[in-house]
Design a protein. Structure first.
Length: 265
């Protein structure tokens, strides 16, 4: 799921220091400075910038939390406000034309915040520690995201989840989403996770049983194609914290949520 921040330090620094608002239609390859020949942004300063952006604090339980008054929270509030306006308009249009509107959400750092893990492990990834962290099912919500899930459902929009979590992590993901209030369509027909042992037939171009070769874009866009072509929905919006969550088509508007802690190609 994760890749170390080290190779994308400058790109993340620019996102933080610039206070950029990641909004609608931002799913472009905008993070391309990893191969720059000039000196990268200092990693120590970068970590300080990330903490400032999140308003990182250690709570009474020893868990790193983002502040609701942080630049991060303000950026999310702007994205959520735009998304609600768009969902309302697009849903009404879709229903008028007899279509079945849907929205798609990534999970990690789109709905569930992994800041505590990133801080504790110095912005690096290890499959064992990550699995243990996910299985605790105790991540806080990304500000505003559970409310956005419920808002879409209230407008008659079908909610789907398209995540890089593994099939083995399904029960933990469901439990955690329920805890934060994103308790909408958490069944297997709506939550798509990576199943390398038994990949679905609609990913046959890049995955076979025991031989998963899909890139993130292939997996995510292939799943959206399945939702549209096989299940008959019109995806009006796709939400993710990585550009690879959003690229590849089969969606209406795309919303890139801020995440300066890791980069998934």
């Amino acid at each position: 799921m994760h890749k170390p921040l080290r190779i994308a330090a400058l790109a993340a620094a620019c996102a933080v220091a610039g206070g950029a608002l990641y909004g609608a239609g931002a799913a472009t390859a905008g993070q391309s400075t990893a191969n720059s020949t000039h000196e990268p942004y200092n990693i120590g300063l970068l970590v300080k910038d990330i903490d400032t952006y999140y308003g990182t604090t250690l709570d009474s339980n020893g868990v790193y939390q983002a502040s609701p008054d942080s630049p991060y929270a303000k950026d999310l509030a702007g994205i959520d406000a735009d998304a609600k306006r768009y969902i309302d308009k697009a849903a009404r249009k879709a229903h008028k034309h007899g279509e079945k509107p849907a929205v798609v959400f990534d999970i990690d750092d789109t709905l569930l915040l992994s800041l505590d893990y990133e801080k504790r492990y110095n912005y690096t990834y290890n499959s064992a520690t990550w699995a243990a962290y996910v299985n605790k099912a105790d991540r806080p919500a990304v500000f505003g995201s559970p409310e956005l899930v419920r808002y879409a459902a209230s407008k008659g929009v079908e909610v789907f989840y398209n995540s890089g979590l593994s099939e083995a992590q399904r029960s933990a993901a469901v439990e955690n989403l329920k805890k934060v209030g994103a308790d909408v369509n958490l069944d297997a027909d709506h939550m798509f996770l990576k199943d390398a042992a038994n990949p679905p037939s609609y990913l046959s171009g890049c995955a076979a049983p025991g031989a998963w070769k899909c890139t993130t874009v292939q997996y995510k866009s292939g799943t959206r194609k399945h939702i549209e072509d096989d299940l008959g929905y019109e995806i009006i919006a796709d939400f993710g914290d990585q550009y690879s969550d959003l690229d590849g088509g089969y969606t209406g508007r795309t919303y890139k949520l801020p995440n300066p802690t890791y980069f998934v190609s």
